[in-house]
Design a protein around this ligand. Sequence first.
Ligand code: ADP
Length: 632
Amino acid sequence: MTETQDPKMLWFSFLKAFTRALTQINLYKPDHPQVRQALDEGQALLAQITESLAGADFSVTLDHDKLLINGTPLLAADKLPNSLRNLFTKFRIQTITFKPGVTGDDLLALCQVQSHKGEAKDYLKERGIDRVKLDEAIYAKVASQTSPGLVLPGQGAGPGLGAGAGGGPGQGAGPGGGTAQAAPAAEKPAAEKVSEKILDLGLESALLAIVARVTPDPVEQRRLMEILTSKFKQEMETTVNRALEGLRGEKKKVENDMVRAQSVMTSMADGVVVVDKDGKILMMNPQAEAISGKPLAELSGKKIVDLSQIEDQVVSLAREITSDSKTDISKEVGKTGSAGLAETVKKATAIIQNEDGKIVGTVSIPTDAAKLKQAEQLQQDFIANMTHELRSPLTSIKAALEMLKLDAEASASGKSVLNTAIRNTERLNSIITDILDFSKLQSGKLVFHQEEESPEDIAKEAVDAMRAWATSKGVALEARTEAGLPKVYADRRRTVQVLINLISNAIKFTPQGGAIEVSADVGKEAMAGSVFFSVKDNGCGIKKEDQAKIFEKFVQAVSGEKVGGTGLGLAITKAMVVLQGGKLSLDSEPGRGSTFRVGMPVYTGQVDQPVFEKPPQTAVEEKSWWKKLLGM
Ligand code: ADP
């Protein structure tokens, strides 16, 4: 047992076991076998040491650059494993004193001090540990002359204390060339050693190491640390502030610009919307919010088309902006919408360029557009209300006239006057019906109730309604339907109205002696899924160049005789057909007559049978035909 009889060997072995415990406790729970083993070993070695010291205390001191055992230098501080050195430096401990009878739990508590946030001393005190003492005061003076008997075994004391988890107490610390030499740590120049030491340390630990070098007095050390830390803080603050000064100025400038731009925008009487190059909304002033009826928070990032009806204009402008930055951007906006609206948007839209002349977006002031929209709305409401109001007195007048006509006492000339009056009320009524239907279509209030309907019944009902008028004009009118036609998916009342409109035009434009044929067939043009109603006349016919135009609102082709009407009939008729998923076509030759064909979808029996072409609600691309048709 020569190895353990050498006191230094015992010390080394103890320090090794303790260091291992310090490391293991960071990795495992306190009752882990690895931890327990290291603690038990440490405790046993400590018992041997105190025994060899005849019951005296055993002290471990970190003084400057040396580790002292009971005042005797054992090895250089920089050879200490980090965990052991940190225990001293972190809590500014200078000496750990072990009194006789230290238990494994005492050692465990000392190991656990490492991760404690407060004072190490308090930690032990709270746990009633009085056999381990932590001292900030210098325990022992460094021996001026290192006794040859206490010389470190070999120079590599570091590895000997390495905290390798598996290292047994004797490993690596075996007696090397135990020759009489001064400890190498004491011989190295101090400055060099500090610089090496602090290389891997954090700022605070590095300062602590330097301060410990300057004075051994812990009170003075603490003061020095405080002074240095506060100076460092001050210096840092000044440097950071100086660096931030420029940035703050820039930030303020940008903020001021923003505030100015915002206050200009806010105080403008007009609504202002700023969009990016994709037409997405960036900013809006309160007036624009009021016009749109929605807050910026809700519209921000959305395309301006969501906001108003100026869709294609701004979007096409934005498209031009993105397409090719080298070419000049035409200030003319797209003419896809109604001419008035395009003009309004053109006037209201400004292109925003950045400092490099690159176009980054547009600003639109949609006041005119909004006013136009408002005016259109007012106009529509007015028409709808007025026509409605006109209709009720007209109905009573017609009823009164019919009653008078029945009066047997009326003279023949009186009856003729009455007939004229009745015809005119009918005409007025049909004009009012047209206007009302048109305004309902415009506002999207015309609702269709499509059901399974017989095409024969629809054709017959329309013909029956118009027969009297055709007869009075000397025009033959007959219905001819194919047998076994499939049922159609249609709003009966509206489809009858469609045929009545077409028959009434045919009567108007067919001279006395002419003939009109209303038929229904499944069609030859491989259009399975449709039933076709045809209204064929042998009247004046329509010129090629007029054939597309007559379906637009307020268009009346020039014809030989002046026959009255609003020019709305075909526009309404086409809208009613298409909104039911049908199609309307025309085949006509001037002088030979016209054939209008209405293709209606066959009833399939499916719930919510889809229509061919539902009118798009939010058309962004091409303006939809029916919006154009209705002048929206
Ligand atoms: P209106 O209500 O004035 O008749 P429509 O929209 O119904 O208006 O018709 C527009 C124009 O189309 C008419 O003015 C007429 O010139 C032409 N048109 C419509 N149907 C016929 C037809 N069967 N034969 C000849 N021309 C027609």
